[in-house]
Design a protein around this ligand. Structure first.
Ligand code: NDP
Ligand code: MG
Length: 352
């Protein structure tokens, strides 16, 4: 039996005879918009747009957090008209999701392809004034967004970034064309299809049973330590990547590992973070830091880690001039790994 009930698949009212859940209906609606340019263009009429400028999302400050405003197609046309810009730019939008009521959500970067940087920054401040918000780098704002906006804007930024970087076919050198939803690009001369990609990254919290191992790179904010992370090499399994990264970065051999969760991470390019807990062989806990990769790595006690998890204001410098030891904030998967370990320090059970 066909997974999508044959020809009825393209027509919402003809799905299957049984009642589909809201989630399934939503998923199939998004699939249809990716496959059918006309349906996607139609969805823009009633859809909502998240705006970006040079990959920075438009945000509004509300007390201690940022909110991501939505704009209708009409708002967008009004703005472009006011700034004397071509309506054709709307075609650069990418589909990033939809509501349970099937209102499609799009992202559009108003700052890419600007003719000159002076022109671009002038237009940027004009747009900010019109839109009553500011374009703020996602890296700076991510942890002050609610979980829904953080995930949506991360997807949007990653997709817009991918399109900006894949304008040409690597075989023919010809410009590629995006489909309406932005789920792929095609080279018109040889029909090669390019799909957005994520690089798999393993992130591992190593424990010796009583302590956990945390490390920092010199590029991290002062005082922050995290779990060990690294890009998977081509041909590697997740298990092999974890073993290699831990050996490479701190000179230890992983004995057991357990997968726990995954997360899309948009910085610096799209990664799929695959989070695992791991243990090392008893008595083999002496760290040898690879200083080409890390600035420092150390074992931390359960009490120290639990206290750091509760710390609110990590950036406050102490009187001694030092920065307190702190951990990645809640939205980062590293935080989840560390929290899990604090709640259940012996959760590593599977052989590596
Ligand atoms: N969400 C979270 O909680 C966390 C996310 N992360 C993310 O994990 C990612 C990986 O961690 P990191 O320790 O830096 O990784 P690695 O330990 O693999 O070291 C990074 C280096 O690997 C090289 N490299 C190999 N493949 C790639 C690739 N596909 N893309 C980019 N660089 C590659 C680069 O070297 P060269 O430049 O010399 O070519 C790069 O500087 C980072 O992007 C980081 O943002 C990290 C910790 C927490
Ligand atoms: Mg690393």
């Amino acid at each position: 039996m066909s997974l999508f009930c044959g020809t009825a698949f393209r027509r919402k009212s003809f799905w299957c005879s049984r009642l589909l859940s809201t989630y399934v209906t939503k998923t199939r609606y998004l699939f249809e918009l990716k496959e059918d340019d006309d349906a996607c263009k139609k969805a823009q009429q009633t859809g909502a747009f998240y705006l970006f400028h040079s990959l920075a999302p438009l945000l509004r400050k509300s007390e201690h957090q940022y909110l991501a405003p939505q704009h209708s197609l009409l708002d967008l046309k009004r703005l472009l008209g006011k700034l004397g810009q071509d309506m054709q730019r709307i075609e650069d939008s990418v589909l990033i999701g939809c509501s349970e009521q099937q209102e499609a959500w799009f992202a559009l970067d108003l700052g890419l392809n600007s003719s000159s940087s002076i022109n671009a920054s002038l237009q940027k401040s004009e747009m900010e004034k019109e839109l009553k918000g500011s374009f703020i780098e996602l890296r700076k704002a991510l942890f002050q967004l609610n979980a829904k906006d953080a995930s949506l804007l991360s997807t949007a930024q990653a997709l817009l970034h991918w399109h900006a970087a894949h304008q040409f076919c690597s075989r023919s050198g010809q410009p590629t064309e995006k489909n309406m939803a932005g789920s792929k690009r095609v080279c018109p001369s040889n029909k090669i299809i390019y799909y957005p990609q994520m690089a798999p990254v393993v992130i591992t919290l190593v424990s010796d049973g009583t302590r956990c191992l945390l490390a920092r790179q010199s590029s991290f904010p002062k005082g922050m330590y995290s779990a060990l992370a690294g890009f998977c090499d081509i041909g590697e399994s997740v298990e092999e990547a974890v073993r290699r990264e831990v050996a490479e970065e701190v000179g230890l051999e992983v004995e057991r590992l357990q997968y726990t969760a995954s997360q899309h991470w948009p910085f610096p390019n799209s990664s799929l973070m695959i989070a695992c807990h791991a243990t090392v062989k008893p008595g083999q806990t002496e760290i040898q830091v690879n200083l080409r990769e890390l600035e420092a790595a150390a074992w931390f006690s359960h009490d120290d880690v639990a206290t750091a998890l509760r710390r609110n204001n990590p950036y406050t410098q102490q009187q001694s001039g030092a920065f307190p030891f702190w951990l990645p904030p809640k939205l980062a998967i590293a935080n989840q790994l560390i929290k899990e370990w604090v709640e259940k320090p012996t959760c590593s059970t599977l052989p590596a």
